[in-house]
Design a protein around this ligand. Structure first.
Ligand code: SF4
Ligand code: SF4
Length: 738
């Protein structure tokens, strides 16, 4: 028998791409550890979660643990995104304590046990659910027995992989103890701290899948009855769902509520509302037990109804994530999701009416995806009005149906899983990586423009700033930032020159403190010509980019902004911003006028030479509604479009990104993919005088369709023509697309 004084150490390795939320210690390990304790396995158990830590910290800590605790067993959770850390831990353990028994488990280990055993010095891999398997395996190992008869375990024998056979699924989930989260020291403090992660760089990288920063993950069921081809659920649990009874589940929530003071929960079931009866019962019990909790869940949008959502809301549900993936029936069928898109529309409305936030999750690059299906999705999502939006590129995860396809087509690189690359490959069975980039750029996530100032040190003639002395109170600005950051990851502050606000640094500090992810500032950039000013902003990590308007080159720009030397000062500001010790991205917004149209090439070249890699060209009026070129100072829209088409070629050659606003597809044939109105259906603005408005609605008030547009192929997606332009110049330039 092995030395029982020394026990087992469970490790969840660092995640190179962690979400910026903390959902508590790993559920799986905590449950397995609880099962070992309740089965009476009397060995010391310690557990460490490095999910939100850095690689070096993890390696140093585990080295110390191996030396100090001298464990007999080291059990490591293995996911495809954390496999790099797992490989390093195996090497480390073999160096520091060669005789330690290494056991792997988790989703990646389940799918790739053969590969792991053949390539790494691992003793055992637990395949599938680990609760019963681990208890049996440990009982055998402690007794010094070969675990030959333990189902669900794979290991090497005589140079070959031995898999003892699949374990029958545990059907009675209520027979399980509650997860032993307490093995992770201080977990309740972290959950209740209100902070998300400790690494700024992590949260800048990460994507929020719920607005809850810290919440304890709880599962009321396992599996899903559908078989979406990108989802590991479809293969792992083979359409079977196993449930906890509502009583067991709510008792478990109540236990953590009372014992550890936890108030925020993330119900992490793949399909939480699969059974209405069950959801209603869970809610009833939460209310009966008077648990004052806030919870979020994920589910299919065609499985909820008004009554259910209202009850969920009363029981503390504040947010539901709906994986809609695509607005195209064809894609829905091809991926096996088969979502009822009509009911989905209704679900978003009912969720809002029930007072619950909705998160719309979309994917680009699914099987059957094309430019046309992206457009269908674009048209479909308009009007859903979700509170947050996530658009992700389809990735190939082990254990999915698309993984099989990807492998069969010979696209999975040999030794791919030996590399520690943490992002799974894109699904390139139907489109190249470049084509997927193009398709992805057609469906952007939400951006929110917040007006924070009403004055400027330029005096641009087309500017619509009211320039009154009234400056919005900082508290109101903060409220807008909080609202915006709950709805999107990308916030743009605008309103003349925002740095003229005396309290702008307090605003930036606030944005930093509440962990705004991506912050940009729209302004003329002149202030950054003063050396040292960039030093004042470089500490704000959320501040990433500056958006700077141009009306012409040199003297022409000065004339239009009515400040002598403004162009040179702005260019000096850009130089300082792009060459500072911490540099910022700069995007140029060029407003097209009759004067500058002919010399746009010269202006753009000058800006490219000044390291600007991102351009936005506006005809007549921008999405914020701040700048609107008077109709008598515009060129013909067809002339402007012709210039831009030539410009596109140059910018592509220079590797710049660019977009056009205010045009119509019939004028920009061949370049429609660069029209910003077609890529950002969710953008919103908060002006001084109004609350949240959808940018598209604001634009549409000033646009109209010409007679004949109804027969155009692009009619469903086109916003139409500026009313004032059509009134003055007529419709002759707009030739419908057949
Ligand atoms: S994506 Fe959702 S509906 Fe589809 S198989 Fe996975 S869990 Fe089920
Ligand atoms: S709908 Fe009208 S404005 Fe739009 S692309 Fe077609 S013809 Fe042009």
């Amino acid at each position: 028998m092995k030395n029982l004084k020394n026990g087992i150490v469970f490790v969840n390795p660092y995640n190179p791409d962690p979400p910026p939320n903390y959902f508590g210690p790993p559920y799986g390990i905590s449950l397995i550890a609880a099962c070992m304790i309740s089965a009476g396995i009397k060995i010391p158990i310690t557990a460490y979660d490095f999910d939100l830590q850095e690689r070096d910290f993890m390696l140093h800590s585990v080295e110390r643990i191996l030396r100090k605790e001298e464990p007999v067993y080291l059990a490591i959770v293995t996911q495809s995104c954390t496999r790099g850390g797992v490989y390093e831990l195996i090497d480390l353990a073999r160096r520091i304590k060669p005789d330690v028994t290494i056991i792997l488990g988790g989703p990646f280990a389940t799918c790739e046990y053969d590969f792991l055993l053949k390539n790494f010095k691992v003793d055992y891999v637990v395949v599938g659910d680990g609760e019963e398997t681990m208890v049996e395996l440990m009982n055998n190992l402690i007794e010094g027995l070969e675990p030959l008869g333990v189902n669900g375990v794979a290991f090497m024998r005589k140079g070959k992989v031995h898999f003892s056979g699949e374990r029958k699924k545990l059907l009675n989930l209520d027979s399980l103890p509650y997860p032993a989260f307490h093995l992770f020291k201080g977990f309740e403090k972290r959950i209740n701290s209100g902070r998300s992660v400790n690494l700024m760089s992590n949260f800048i990288l990460g994507r929020r899948c719920t607005t809850l920063k810290n919440a304890l993950l709880m599962l009321s069921s396992r599996g899903c009855i559908y078989s979406c081809n990108f989802c590991p659920m479809s293969k792992i649990d083979k359409h079977k769902v196993r449930f906890h009874s509502p009583k067991y589940f709510v008792d478990m929530v109540a236990y953590f509520y009372h014992r550890y003071g936890i108030r925020d929960f993330a119900f992490g079931d793949n399909f939480f509302t699969l059974s209405k009866r069950r959801v209603m019962e869970i809610c009833k019990l939460i209310l009966k037990k008077r648990l004052r909790i806030k919870w979020s869940c994920m589910t299919r949008s065609d499985s909820v109804d008004k009554e259910m959502l209202k009850t969920m809301s009363r029981a503390g549900c504040f947010e539901v994530s709906y994986g809609v993936e695509s607005g195209s029936e064809q894609v829905q069928n091809r991926i096996g999701k088969k979502l009822d898109l009509l009911r989905t529309r209704e679900a978003f409305k009912q969720t809002r009416e029930a007072g619950i936030r909705s998160i719309l999750m979309l994917m680009v690059g699914n099987t059957g995806e094309s430019e046309s299906t992206i457009r269908q999705t674009f048209c479909y999502v308009k009007g859903l009005n979700p509170d947050s939006v996530l658009v992700k590129r389809v990735k190939v995860y082990p254990g999915t149906l698309i993984h099989d396809l990807y492998e069969k087509k010979g696209l999975l690189k040999k030794n791919y899983y030996k590399e520690s690359e943490f992002t799974p490959p894109s699904f390139t069975c139907e489109h190249s990586e470049e084509e997927l980039d193009r398709l992805s750029s057609m469906l952007g996530e939400r951006r929110i423009f917040i007006q924070v100032n009403n004055t400027c040190n330029n005096n641009c003639y087309p500017c619509r700033l009211t320039r009154n002395v009234y400056n919005k109170q900082i508290e109101a600005i903060k409220e807008s930032i909080v609202l915006a950051s709950s709805r999107c990851e990308d916030i743009i502050l605008y309103g003349g020159e925002v740095f003229l606000r005396k309290d702008i640094f307090k605003i930036l500090e606030f944005a930093e403190r509440i962990q705004v992810h991506h912050l940009s500032i729209y302004g003329n950039g002149r202030i950054f010509s003063y050396s040292g000013f960039t030093d004042r902003i470089k500490k704000y990590q959320c501040l990433e980019a500056f958006i700077i308007p141009f009306f012409g080159l040199a003297q022409m720009h000065d004339d239009e902004v009515r400040v002598r030397g403004a162009f040179d000062q702005t260019m000096q500001g850009i130089k300082n911003l792009t060459t500072a010790s911490r540099s910022f991205k700069v995007k140029a917004v060029i407003y097209i006028t009759a004067l500058n149209c002919a010399m746009l090439g010269e202006l753009v070249k000058r800006l490219v030479d000044s390291r600007i890699k991102s351009f936005h060209f506006v005809f007549l009026r921008d999405s914020m509604g701040l700048i609107s070129i008077p109709i008598n100072r515009l060129p013909l829209i067809s002339d402007a479009a012709a210039v831009l088409k030539r410009m596109a070629k140059y910018l592509q050659g220079e590797g710049c990104e660019f977009s056009f606003e205010g045009f119509t597809p019939c004028l920009l044939r061949g370049h429609v993919q660069h029209m910003s109105e077609f890529h950002f259906p969710f953008n919103e603005r908060i002006t001084y005088s109004k609350g949240l408005e959808v940018c598209e609605d604001v634009r549409l008030k000033n646009k109209i369709k010409a007679e004949g547009c109804r027969n155009c192929k692009e009619n469903s997606i086109c916003e139409g023509i500026w009313k004032s332009y059509l009134n003055k110049y007529g419709k002759s330039e707009f030739v419908l697309i057949e």
